[in-house]
Ligand binder design. Structure first.
Ligand code: 6PG
Length: 247
């Protein structure tokens, strides 16, 4: 779906999230969503917190996770959790304990990834993967993703091996390209979702969006290509600037 500008795009994504939340809560009594980070979702989160949209989501029945996190304390201005709190989560009536963040203040990023995987297992009432794949993977109602100019999504960066992780739900990587540890949901977790929404805006993303959508499958080079929900819907929601290089 292509929208004329970032504003219209944010409205489109917000509408889709409101509708999917209503469907999930009607069907199963709750709505599970994994939020993305970076700059693109800021206006979306602000919109979801606004009087136009916030009342349309039954926050009482929502569970919030993050598709990835920078391994920094929660009050760090690079924190995806902090971004979501400031623009959305602090302004809506989510019950205590419904915001599940990566503990970036811990000493060890790999312990933080293990803990986050346990948190996922608890909320979805599943056995986490060990050395073997889990019997059942957590099926988010919505996973919101962005895409970097280098084709990364969540914190699955090119040439880190992250796109080949096919057992864990959450993993930690020391990402040289950004000079920090990242904790991220893996393709196993992302592709178990019922709905994955790529939210992409801006001309700077146009060349990479064309490559991700039209180049041969090569997720080590183009990590966003690894997102192919096993039994779910993948929706690309972009503005005209990001779509400018598409045939
Ligand atoms: C992060 C995000 C990341 C983001 C892309 C796009 O932690 O940075 O989860 O995957 O979606 O980097 O970021 P922008 O929206 O800032 O371009």
């Amino acid at each position: 779906m292509v929208y004329p500008d970032p504003e219209a795009l944010s409205h489109g994504v917000a509408e889709r999230i409101v509708n999917l939340a209503g469907d999930a809560i009607d069907a199963r009594g709750r709505f599970t969503i994994a939020l993305s980070g970076g700059d693109t979702p800021r206006p979306l989160y602000r919109l979801l917190a606004s009087a136009t949209f916030a009342p349309r989501i039954d926050w009482e029945h929502v569970e919030v996770f993050f598709g990835d996190e920078r391994f920094v304390p929660p009050d760090d201005d690079r924190s995806n959790y902090r971004l979501a709190m400031e623009e959305l989560l602090a302004h809506v009536p989510l019950p205590e304990g419904r915001i599940h963040r990566v503990h970036g203040e811990e000493d060890d990023p790999e312990d933080a990834a293990d803990d986050y995987e346990e948190d996922l297992a608890d909320v979805f009432d599943l056995e986490p993967p060990g050395d073997e794949p889990a019997i059942e993977n957590p099926r988010f109602d919505v996973i919101l993703l962005g895409m970097g100019e280098n084709g990364h999504t969540a914190s699955l960066f090119p040439h880190t091996g992250a796109v080949f992780e096919d057992v864990r739900w959450v993993a930690a990587y020391d990402v040289e390209e950004v000079g920090m540890w990242r904790v991220t949901m893996t393709p196993t977790a992302l592709n178990a979702a019922a709905n994955v929404i790529f939210h992409i805006a801006g001309r700077s993303k146009a060349p990479m969006l064309r490559r991700v959508l039209h180049d041969d499958y090569d997720p080590d080079e183009l990590p966003s290509q690894v997102v192919r929900p096993t039994d779910g819907r993948l929706t690309w929601m972009v503005d005209e600037a990001a779509a400018a290089a598409l045939p």
